[in-house]
Design a protein around this ligand. Structure first.
Ligand code: V47
Length: 628
């Protein structure tokens, strides 16, 4: 990407980003203070493209605010009421269930902290929703509420979370972070937990396999420096646990909160009771994307930003626009001017108008539906970098998606082309045409690994956890177990987000996750088997994990264009595989040399031997049970 920088101070920062280097607090200040908003947006969009291609996610969600009765009195909050006040309300589980409809995929629950609710009432809400609407993932209770439960019901945080998890809690919302510095906390919300408490709850959740979101409330009395300290603290927490899914900058809604804004730094001297400006909103989204390099998604929460600003934010680093939302009070009681609910079609239109692919997701960011034309699926693993790094898109749009989910979207007719997992290609052979490019190993692969407590023979009758991402490797594992080793094991899909493998005797991991643990080991599993090597030693053949294919319905001309652009990208990338892969490999601990060696271990062109290997594999899989 080339830039005309009106603000030359941005240039060294952009160079850092291109090399995959982290930005410092000082860099962040330069970004916040620049007037070159367009260049800032382009930089953030560049980083967003690397992470999520052209995808912008949304979810069919319902917000539930079970009560506004709250024992706290935070200055910025217009939502909370004291028990007995005229507008105070408390919902029963039954009331709550009546607000949820069958198409909802995520229920977002957060509310006040009433003085007299029993613990069982909170559990009952989650259980009730999970039982009646199993398709809807429950995202419930902020860190502040969890801390409140911990103190009120005298249970360790871990126990609170475990009990919620056992009745159906899947993820947690990010509310309650506000601004992490003590200065702001003392002035605006002295009774609330600060940075340490907030992060402890989230890290505990992550360790239990509950992914969470995180937030920052900006546009009140905080300085730019305080915003940056906040972002850096989140980045450090993510380095430790990796459990944050998305970051949401929340634009302060002044309402009747009576906060006297105007210390003149971050808020630009705006006077009391004003909304954040669109420029500040866009800068904050962009700076968040650039500073927080390790949280996969940045959410433009349209409820607080307005639809207009949220849609521009999709080209300023945001790749998520939340969802349909339904009833919402926290922002609206404080004067938000956005509607209460957006129709699915309206969201799709906003995202398309921004030039992106609307992708309906679940709470874990698994794509459920993609809307649009000319969409190419991208396996978001290091091993496919050479196909995409130098890709001239020529009107196509890129959707990163795990191999198994790519197969699902293709089956729904929502992808025009992609690097398909071999099993998905076999299954959809009638609709797909091969493009002569692939990801095949010569002998070992390093990134399709069975981590095990037992040798192969010892796995008879044992439970094997299978990553949710795989379509082909799981079949390769079955073929090896049944045909090479004559062992019958019990495979079980791991729920996305779960990283507690303690109940399994072995786990199959693929892609970057496997590569990372191949280097560092996986705690509790002494043995590591490389499935491609197992295959090679047995069949003396390469193994083809994925093949490039496009829909037969794609016009001949477009197909030729596609072939050409992918081959071109591959050729350009092959000149320096280590160089192009390194910024990516570095993020999970590979050196440049290791990245190079890993990428050079693949064969990217579908030749005679690869085709033979595909046929041998196909003949073996028909003889065994297919694991879905
Ligand atoms: O915790 C309170 C903030 C949060 C105001 O995790 C205010 O996906 C603006 O956390 N102006 C609740 N903000 C909302 C929230 C959220 C929203 C959307 C998605 C997700 C997610 C989380 O709103 C509160 C507080 O930080 N808040 N008052 C106000 N006047």
């Amino acid at each position: 990407m080339t830039h005309n920088y009106r603000d030359e101070n941005l240039l060294p920062i952009f160079q850092k980003l291109q090399h995959g280097e982290r930005l410092s607090l000082e860099d962040g200040l330069v970004l916040f203070k620049t007037n070159d908003l367009i260049a800032l947006g382009k930089m953030a969009n560049y980083v967003q493209q690397q992470k999520s291609g052209d995808a912008v996610y949304f979810v069919l969600n319902q917000k539930i605010e079970h009560t506004n009765v709250c024992v706290l009195s935070c200055k910025f909050c217009d939502f909370a009421k004291k028990k007995g006040e005229p507008d105070a309300y408390e919902m029963t589980t039954e009331n709550i269930l009546a607000h949820i409809t069958p198409e909802i995929r995520e229920v977002h629950i957060t509310g006040g902290m009433p003085p007299d609710w029993e613990w069982e009432r909170y559990l009952d809400i989650v259980r009730g929703i999970h039982e009646k609407f199993p398709e809807a993932d429950v995202k419930a209770y902020t860190a502040v509420e969890i801390d409140f439960f911990h103190k009120k019901f005298k249970m360790p945080i871990e126990e609170v979370l475990k009990q919620l998890q056992s009745v159906g809690l899947k993820t947690m919302p990010g509310g309650g972070a506000e601004i992490f510095t003590e200065r702001v906390r003392k002035l605006l919300f002295p009774q609330k937990i600060g940075a340490r408490g907030y992060l402890e709850v989230h890290k505990t959740a992550h360790r239990l396999g509950i992914p969470t979101n995180c937030t920052m409330l900006y546009g009140h009395i905080e300085t730019f420096e305080e915003r940056l300290i906040h972002l850096i603290k989140l980045r450090e927490a993510q380095d430790e646990t990796g459990g944050f899914l998305s970051f949401i900058p929340l634009a302060f809604q002044p309402g009747d909160t009576g906060i006297s804004v105007g210390d003149g730094s971050a808020s630009g001297g705006k006077s009391h009771s004003q909304f954040t400006s669109a420029i500040d909103d866009l800068k904050t989204i962009a700076v968040s994307r650039l500073m927080i390099d390790n949280i996969p998604h940045i959410k433009a929460y349209w409820v607080m930003l307005t639809e207009e600003v949220a849609s521009v934010a999709l080209n300023f680093g945001a790749d998520d626009i939340d969802g349909t939302v339904g009833r919402e009070h926290i922002a609206h009681d404080a004067g938000a001017v956005s509607p209460m609910k957006l129709a699915k079609n309206q969201i799709i239109k906003i995202i398309k108008d921004a030039g992106k692919i609307p992708v309906e997701r679940d709470a874990f960011y698994n794509p459920l539906n993609a809307f649009g034309e000319n969409i190419i699926g991208k396996i978001p693993f290091l091993n496919s970098v050479s196909f995409y790094h130098n890709l001239e898109k020529k009107g196509f749009k890129i959707l990163p998606v795990s191999p198994r989910r790519m197969g699902m979207l293709s089956k729904q007719g929502q992808l025009d082309a992609g690097l398909f997992s071999l099993m998905d290609y076999f299954e959809q052979e009638e609709q797909l045409e091969l493009l002569d490019l692939c990801i095949a190993t010569r002998d070992q692969v390093k990134s399709v690994m069975l981590f095990s407590k037992e040798g192969w023979a010892g796995l008879n009758g044992k439970k094997i956890g299978i990553t949710d991402e795989t379509a082909t490797s799981v079949q390769l594992l079955s073929v090896l177990l049944e045909n090479k080793y004559r062992v019958q094991a019990v495979p079980e899909r791991l729920h996305p987000g779960v990283n507690d493998y303690s109940m399994f005797d072995a786990v199959l991991l693929i892609g970057d996750e496997a590569l990372k643990h191949n280097k560092r080991g996986l705690n509790g599993f002494e043995l590591a088997f490389d499935l491609a090597k197992e295959w090679y030693d047995w069949q003396k053949l390469p193994f083809v994990f994925a093949v490039w294919a496009c829909r037969k319905a794609l016009s001949g001309e477009r197909r030729e264009e596609l072939k050409e652009m992918i081959s071109d990208s591959l050729e350009k990338s092959e000149i320096d595989l280590g160089g192009i892969g390194y910024p990516y490999g570095k993020s999970f601990g590979l050196t440049k040399e290791e990245t190079k060696e890993y990428l050079e271990g693949f064969n990217y062109r579908l030749g005679e031997r690869e085709l033979e290997a595909m046929n041998v594999f196909k003949s073996l899989i028909v003889k065994i049970n297919v694991i879905v």
